[in-house]
Design a protein around this ligand. Structure first.
Ligand SMILES: [Zn+2]
Length: 208
């Protein structure tokens, strides 16, 4: 099963802490392969295993169109420097984005697919993606970082990804003006539950 459906908020697995990977076995390699395919299908920048319903500490990030997605196993942020406000979205909140505070740069360590211990320093989009995806592994969502006066906005159809967005829009506009979601990635129930949960939490910014 190459493409795995993406869970949407408020699915409870998104609030669970993922467990460290002990062995990089076939199951983990299959998971990584499927997550990379799912990320590509979603035109996303990052995806954590929780988002496809697997509570293992695995994330995949594709932070530039020219390079292939990279898998980060048991990733940890070891140092954070600076703060900046960025517009962010999440594949588990398709169609929404908000302003959050992220580090300017981070140091991180992780295992690569062959089990090698890697240390990296990252800034810009990769730093943001590492913070966002590692949060997922701890059950934390970008919603939790919204600045108090900021709420989520609906992503407009004209919306195009730019360097500070953690995902790109996966909805396209149909003739009726209703967003249409990629059926390979999202179920109608998931999308309906997301809308209901966000409405109830009054987290959507009123149209001005
Ligand atoms: Zn996310």
């Amino acid at each position: 099963m190459p493409i795995r459906p993406i869970l949407t908020f408020p699915n409870s697995l998104l609030r669970k802490r993922a467990k460290p990977v002990k062995n990089i076995d076939n199951e983990i390699m299959n998971l990584i392969r499927d997550m990379k395919e799912t990320l590509t299908e979603a035109s996303g920048i990052g995806l954590a295993a929780n988002q496809v319903g697997v509570l293992k500490r695995v994330v995949v990030i594709s932070n530039s169109p020219e390079s292939d997605a990279v898998a980060y196993i048991n990733p940890e942020i070891t140092h954070r420097t600076g703060k900046r406000d960025v517009v962010e979205g999440c594949l588990s909140f398709p169609g929404y984005s908000g302003i959050v505070t992220r580090s300017v740069s981070v140091s991180a360590r992780y295992l690569d697919e062959s089990g090698g211990k890697i240390k990296i320093a990252a800034d810009e989009l990769l730093a943001q993606a590492l913070e966002h995806e590692i949060d997922h592994l701890n059950g934390i969502l970008f919603l939790d970082h919204l600045k108090e006066h900021e709420k989520l906005s609906m992503t407009t159809p004209e919306y195009r990804p730019h360097t500070h967005d953690i995902n790109v829009s996966v909805n396209v506009q149909n003739n009726q003006g209703e967003p249409e979601f990629n059926k390979k990635l999202y179920t109608k129930i998931g999308i309906d539950d997301l809308k209901l949960a966000l409405d109830r939490a009054e987290i959507i910014k009123d149209a001005e």
